[in-house]
Write a protein that binds this ligand. Structure first.
Ligand code: DMJ
Length: 465
């Protein structure tokens, strides 16, 4: 049974105990009354709209607001903001039923968004954030002008694929001239397109997007090692590996995610076969249990030798992907491991070495992956523990990242209090606040049975208008 479809007679509340810096950890607490998540949902919405009002007042149309100083910053190219944060925000605002704000954002997109920019844009980031954001905005509102914008920017990205001798995209393309650059790439940047490009093909009837995305994924899959693993770095012009290391964290993560997602969205059996083959090898060769906890070290893709036991906070998404794709026990176990890290530090550091349980990089750029997998595991199992963990994630973010004009990345999660940085990444508007909202609100605007959130949490299926 899917959670969110029927209220449980009783919900377990968060059992909160203080850890360093007055933050919280998740423990199994007492059973509380039905409906106890509604106040959490209300707080999530209030915080989101509070931050949105500051963005509107101080940085509207800029890629990012600077949450401490109230300034603005560009993300893709100096001097060329494309409204990244507002594009990322539209579907979240819509799911929160903030319809006047949706209308405000859509007006800006229609009146001001112009992609005729003579500067190189990173193809991967532009796809997951801008193509995905505009496609989700179209999916939620039905406004065809948003689909036109999504198609426009996708068309400008296509030369990265069509000018490559292998079909593996270059990392950058000049949006005005189509000039491509930087073939030294990785499997994330060649293989995270099929969701956004696929829905565009579906919605416009133009198969070029889907075909380009799938062709690139196939090149990497066909080059797998004898162990059935993929090194993470590859050359787009030669199709040859540039390193030996396999990782389920960056820059490997969303390649695997999009094999599964492409299958889920479009039913393509090739993608499922590729996903299953690679996942079987990852679970057999890469998974490691230490003190009963599941981790995924970096290993040599040719020999299987462990290269590093550092774990990126971004790798936390893999718990959700495993659960979604039928490996629920492994997904749960991997989330348990990250939950230990959250309980230890309050906010998960960018890198921990799980052999020593120490932080090897102490910042955290408002990373959403732990909340992402909490949502996926809750959808897969209905177990309230994942809402409890996500609530801890939310409360600790609120306690540490809230600044004068928005939410700020942390430069040191181990400091007391954790130190902030004057930046708020675009994905904050699309990812964690949406995950929390969907976990706690039981919104009628989402079809909880059949939906799809991209790697950037753009809603490409399941909006109930
Ligand atoms: C997001 O831009 C996407 O989730 C991407 O796939 C990798 N991680 C960042 C957020 O951490």
């Amino acid at each position: 049974m899917l959670p969110g479809m029927s209220r449980r007679s009783a919900l377990r509340a968060l059992g909160a105990v203080a850890v360093a810096g007055g933050l919280f950890s998740t423990t199994s607490g007492p059973v509380s009354a039905q409906g106890s998540w509604k106040p959490v949902a209300d707080t999530v919405r209030e915080e989101y709209l509070w931050a949105w009002r500051h963005y509107v007042d101080r940085a509207f149309g800029a890629d990012q607001i600077k949450p401490i100083s109230g300034g603005r910053e560009d993300f893709f190219a100096e001097g060329h903001s494309v409204g990244l944060s507002l594009v990322e925000a539209v579907d979240t605002l819509w799911l929160m039923e903030a319809d006047d704000e949706v209308a405000r954002a859509v007006r800006w997109i229609v009146d001001h968004l112009d992609f005729d920019i003579d500067a190189p844009f990173q193809v991967f980031e532009t796809n997951i954030r801008m193509v995905g954001g505009l496609a989700a905005a179209y999916h939620c509102t039905g406004d065809s002008r948003l689909l036109d914008r999504a198609e426009d920017i996708a068309d400008r990205l296509l030369p990265a694929f069509t000018q490559s001798p292998t079909g593996l995209p270059y990392r950058y393309v000049n949006l005005a001239t189509g000039q491509v650059s930087d073939p030294e790439t990785n499997i994330v940047e060649i293989g995270t397109y099929i969701a956004e490009f696929g829905v565009l093909s579906q919605w416009t009837g133009d198969s070029r997007y889907y075909d380009a995305a799938k062709r690139a994924m196939r090149v990497a899959y066909d080059n797998r090692t004898e162990l059935g693993l993929l090194p993470h770095d590859i050359n787009a012009e030669t199709g040859r590996w540039r390193n030996r290391e396999a990782t389920i964290g960056p820059p490997g993560d969303s390649y695997y995610e999009y094999l599964w997602d492409g299958y889920r969205l479009f039913g393509d059996p090739d993608l499922k076969h590729w996903y299953d083959t690679l996942t079987e090898a990852i679970l057999a060769r890469q998974a490691e249990r230490r003190d009963g906890h599941l981790w995924f070290p970096q290993i040599d893709a040719f020999t299987g030798e462990v290269l590093s036991r550092e774990q990126s906070v971004l790798a936390g998404f893999y718990a959700g992907l495993l659960a979604e794709s039928g490996h629920v026990d492994e997904g749960r176990a991997y989330h348990d491991s990250f939950s230990l890290v959250q309980d230890r530090f309050g906010v998960i550091p960018t890198f921990v070495d799980y052999a020593t349980m120490s932080a090897t990089r102490v910042d955290n750029a408002l990373r959403p992956e732990f909340a992402d997998s909490a949502l996926m595991l809750w959808l897969a199992t209905g177990d309230e523990v994942f809402r409890e963990r996500a609530r801890t994630h939310f409360e600790n973010m609120r306690a540490t990242s809230k600044a004068a004009f928005g939410f700020a990345s942390l430069s040191d999660v181990t400091a007391t209090p954790p130190s902030q940085e004057d930046t708020c990444p675009g994905y904050w508007w699309s990812e964690q606040m949406k995950y929390y909202w969907l976990l706690f609100s039981d919104t009628p605007r989402l079809d909880y049975r059949d939906n799809y959130l991209s790697t950037e949490a753009n809603l490409l299926r399941g909006a109930r208008r």
